[in-house]
Design a binder for this molecule. Structure first.
Ligand code: FES
Length: 102
């Protein structure tokens, strides 16, 4: 069953960047976009590559291996060669701590 997991203090991930975290035993990529936090499963759906090794641009994370792109907010596949969306995880901030439901 999913539960909330504390992954660090607010400010852990700067705006427009990505940080790898573990929550509930799952590898996740944590983002901050426009003042809100978002989390995606940290594994490209095209291959075994951590998305947190990629680049954030225009609200998307670009996979470092074949440059497929996913929407940070929805996990949607945005450009070839990725077609499968990546799982999203709910994020909240409680008393200055970032928590992820995983
Ligand atoms: Fe990510 Fe191929 S492994 S685009």
């Amino acid at each position: 069953m999913a539960d909330w997991h504390d992954v660090g203090a607010e400010g852990l991930v700067p705006e427009g960047e990505v940080v790898a975290v573990i929550a509930g035993g799952k590898p996740l990529a944590l983002f901050q976009e426009e003042g809100s936090y978002y989390a995606l499963h940290d594994l490209c759906t095209h291959g075994d590559t951590p998305l947190s090794d990629g680049w954030v641009e225009d609200g998307c994370i670009e996979c470092p291996l074949h440059q497929g792109r996913f929407c940070i907010k929805t996990g949607a596949a945005m450009s070839a060669p990725v077609y499968e969306p990546v799982a999203t995880f709910e994020v909240r901030v409680t008393e200055g701590r970032i928590e992820i439901l995983a």
